[in-house]
Design a protein around this ligand. Sequence first.
Ligand SMILES: CC(C)(COP(=O)(O)OP(=O)(O)OC[C@H]1O[C@@H](n2cnc3c(N)ncnc32)[C@H](O)[C@@H]1OP(=O)(O)O)[C@@H](O)C(=O)NCCC(=O)NCCS
Length: 194
Amino acid sequence: MKDILELSSGEKIRFRHIKKADLDAVWRNFNEVVKEDIYPVFSPVETQYEKESWYDNLKREKNLCIVADNLNLEHPFNVIGQCEISNIEWDASRHVGSLGIIVQHKYRDLGIGYRLIDIAIRDAYKLNNKKKIILSCFSNNERAIHLYKKIGFIKVGQRKAQFKIEENYYDEVLMDLCIEDYLNKKKHLNLESK
Ligand SMILES: CC(C)(COP(=O)(O)OP(=O)(O)OC[C@H]1O[C@@H](n2cnc3c(N)ncnc32)[C@H](O)[C@@H]1OP(=O)(O)O)[C@@H](O)C(=O)NCCC(=O)NCCS
């Protein structure tokens, strides 16, 4: 998979690992999603302390975060999406990564999410020895569920009424992906360099 995607607008999107200089942009993307009510978080992250603590923890834990860097935009507005694969707490689950992803609203449905996940999964396998990726999302997040299924994630469960926003309850969908199955399928379909 190439690390540059050219959009029909002519904008060039480069996929790379996060740098400290990306922090404000990454959290701006997060705060945009908080307002959409499709994330189980209500408050935006505003303080430098919270942003830097997250970054320090990412580095300390050797978690992985791939960003989509729009080469046509100036810093700090250049990072238009991100995908994190983090460790989960149990020693016996070091082979498992937990995935979270955000793409800015105006850049959705252009294939950026797909690229972010593909690169993050490959690097999690290569650099962090991950064998399996898990994730969860709201059951009404149709775009995310479509994308996850397209990649090959399998729904393994649904927690009823796991989230409550104002007076409404939402289910949480749980999904898994075996990385070797994913890589083998891509190799089989000869999609390695696309
Ligand atoms: C989920 C998210 C990361 C997807 O990113 P993206 O860049 O739009 O992803 P892509 O463009 O690669 O793929 C989107 C796919 O969803 C499809 N889609 C869009 N709206 C849809 C809908 N209502 N129902 C089903 N599929 C839909 C698109 O057609 C596209 O599929 P295709 O490539 O087969 O045509 C992005 O929408 C996002 O950041 N959402 C807010 C945060 C979030 O929900 N994160 C994940 C939940 S934890």
